[in-house]
Design a protein around this ligand. Structure first.
Ligand SMILES: NC(=O)c1ccc[n+]([C@@H]2O[C@H](COP(=O)([O-])OP(=O)(O)OC[C@H]3O[C@@H](n4cnc5c(N)ncnc54)[C@H](OP(=O)(O)O)[C@@H]3O)[C@@H](O)[C@H]2O)c1
Ligand SMILES: CC(C)=CCC[C@@H](C)[C@H]1CC[C@H]2C3=C(CC[C@]12C)[C@@]1(C)CC[C@H](O)C(C)(C)[C@@H]1CC3
Length: 565
């Protein structure tokens, strides 16, 4: 390699992809075509890095002594000494922000593609594989722990590229399954699926027109120059995109329009009687949208792509999503789909189910159970839209590509499975005593309080770390320049917002009673979703923040439920 800067066999410092951490690596070779160096970390991990992600060891040793003791992140355990190890915890914002400024020069991260054994995996999935690898080793060392092993198999299944094929088929099939179950007198999540209805019952052109009209109506409300223009978090390029956060306005206008339509004689119980056809129509739209997203992502610049979902495996990338913020002019497709048609549609469907219940059982008013489910979920959605800006600091908006998973999740999964409790109650009434109502309402309020307070605390901190209202909170500085909250809600557990969300989910299922598992589906799904998101976030944060994250985990020991998990 005569003209290249680093030679085969050189020991250099290589940037760990997606972070600002450098580890000692050995150069194995250089590919002049791709201009990438193949390097090997101490634990045997091979990666391909760009020249700009490599530095001389000498510069590092003079800058910081502790750096020389680093190991690669793949091997790092909680006690490891990694380059970004921070032992000092700062309770003063000034101290941490001073350090933040000093470290600014290490913030910019340019990723080099990972091309090796895990070619089809995203980087976060790659980190999950490393966790799984560690778990297998530890499980072999310790005694086999059944729960850990189940989690392990589940995680492996989620990250394997072949998993994408499975999920592509499973998710729509599951929506169909629960919708068909909800129509049975004796639904069951564990019995064999009911026989498929004839194919033509799935299709209804009118249902498709209604869905298209609904999406266009929401798009119109979204583009109206009403409400705040909020800034998203800085992208890798440093740019901050602007988002029209007028979700609360959108749900208010939608409510007025629906009320006027009902007053004019529109029969919303159509939604209950054509639930399957509406779901099919929305599914078709989500598939078309995902195809469009995939095709346009092929023309997107590399800095516009998410870190995951760019494996080269078409099915996997189609499923995960490649482009981070696909936009048509200022119209942000991901933000719109996540916050508008499905979310507001969820409330519309719930309301229609309440009307269907009244019609079916000749009631003057919906049952207590139906009222509770409607009000609880309405509160959840309205709160999400009122605090719409906070969504800009969540994982989906900041890190995930927009592909089938989110398009289908936002447009089909949310409105057609999150409404299952209300859908179930139409045919399966459940009488509630007053004390039961009071107990369930109390539970919901507790969950909501934890959820809202913790989300707002993190959002306020991420938007302005020097916010005087947060100056009493302890923080841990990290090598990226961002700090981590280590007291307040984020000092109780690592995901207090998930805890609040789970308590609320419990309060949503309780009104439906215990006769069937179907209305508990959301609770079960949600536990799986949040446990998975938590591990994904853990590995993502470990990769980003290195040993500062390990220190956070040592200080805040539990993930979601204090002293339990
Ligand atoms: N109903 C549903 O179907 C559903 C599904 C999923 C999620 N949710 C809800 O949506 C909300 C957002 O969830 P999310 O999954 O996006 O995760 P999140 O908890 O809002 O975001 C995780 C991110 O927060 C930052 N963070 C973590 N620990 C921190 C600390 N100690 N101090 C400061 N920042 C910290 C990290 O990002 P940075 O460090 O990069 O900022 C991390 O990646 C949650 O309330 C969740 O319950 C609802
Ligand atoms: C297809 C599958 C199984 C998964 C896709 C996940 C997707 C449905 C969720 C991922 C993030 C979720 C989310 C909300 C709704 C469901 C998701 C999009 C949320 C908009 C619900 C309202 C809340 O107030 C919120 C905090 C704004 C939520 C943000 C995350």
């Amino acid at each position: 390699m005569p003209t290249v800067k680093y030679q085969k066999g050189d020991t250099v410092m290589g940037r760990w992809p997606g972070s600002s951490l450098y580890y000692q690596v050995k150069v194995l070779g250089f590919d002049s075509k791709s201009q990438l160096y193949t390097v090997i970390y101490k634990d045997g991990t091979e990666l391909e890095l760009k020249e700009q992600d490599i530095k001389n060891v000498t510069g590092f040793q003079t800058r910081s002594r502790s750096r020389s003791r680093s190991r690669s992140p793949g091997r790092r355990r909680s006690r490891s000494r990694s380059p970004a190890r921070t032992t000092r915890r700062s309770s003063s914002r000034t101290a941490s922000s001073r350090r933040d400024t000093r470290l600014k020069d290490t913030v910019e991260v340019r990723l080099s593609p990972v091309v090796s054994a895990y070619v089809a995996l995203s980087l976060s999935d790659y980190s999950i594989l490393l966790i799984v690898k560690n778990m297998i080793r530890r499980n072999a060392e310790e005694k086999l722990n059944l729960t850990k092993m189940i989690l392990l198999i589940f995680l492996l299944f989620l990250v394997l590229p072949t998993g994408a094929y499975f999920w592509l088929l499973f998710l729509p099939a599951w929506v169909l399954f629960v919708i068909l179950q909800g129509n049975l007198t004796d639904p069951s999540l564990i019995n064999a699926p009911p026989p498929l209805p004839p194919l033509d019952t799935f299709w209804d052109a009118q249902a498709l027109c209604f869905v298209i009209l609904w999406i266009l109506f929401q798009a119109l409300l979204y583009i109206l120059p009403v409400g705040k223009l909020s800034e998203g978090m800085p992208l890798r390029s440093g740019v901050r995109l602007k988002y029209r956060t007028n979700g609360f306005f959108a749900i208010m206008v939608s409510a007025i329009v629906v009320a006027v339509a009902v007053h004019q004689g529109a029969d919303l119980t159509y939604i209950h009687s054509h639930f399957l056809q509406l779901a099919t129509a929305t599914f078709i739209i989500s598939v078309l949208l995902s195809i469009y997203l995939y095709v346009r992502s092929r023309y997107a610049a590399s800095e516009e792509l998410a870190l995951g979902g760019n494996s080269g495996n078409v099915v996997y990338d189609f499923f995960k999503g490649r482009e981070l913020n696909p936009r048509i002019k200022n119209f942000d497709l991901k933000f719109f789909c996540e916050m508008r048609p499905g979310l507001i549609g969820w409330c519309l469907i719930n309301f229609a189910m309440a009307l269907a219940e009244m019609k079916k059982h000749n009631l003057d008013a919906p049952s207590y159970a139906m009222i509770l489910v409607n009000l609880f979920q309405l509160l959840y959605v309205v709160d999400g839209l009122w605090n719409e800006e906070a969504i800009l600091t969540t994982m989906d908006l900041m890190h995930d590509g927009f592909g089938f998973m989110l398009a289908f999740g936002d447009l089909v999964w949310v409105p057609f499975t999150y409404t299952l409790q209300a859908y179930y109650l139409v045919l399966h009434p459940n009488a509630l005593s007053l004390p039961a109502v009071i107990a369930i309402v109390t539970l919901k309020l507790i969950g909501f309080y934890i959820f809202r307070k913790s989300n707002s605390e993190k959002n306020a901190f991420r938007r302005n770390p020097s916010n005087p209202k947060l100056s009493h909170l302890k923080t841990i500085p990290t090598a990226t320049g961002k700090s981590l909250l280590v007291s307040g809600w984020w000092g109780v557990v690592r995901h207090p917002n998930y805890l609040g969300d789970l308590i609320m989910a419990l309060a949503w299922s309780l009104p439906c009673g215990f006769s069937h598992l179907l209305p508990w589906y959301y609770m079960i799904y949600f536990i799986i979703l949040l446990v998975h998101r938590d591990s994904r976030d853990m590995s993502e944060c470990r990769r980003k923040y290195g040993s500062a994250w390990d220190e956070y985990c040592r200080t805040v020991r539990y993930r979601i439920i204090p002293r339990v998990y």
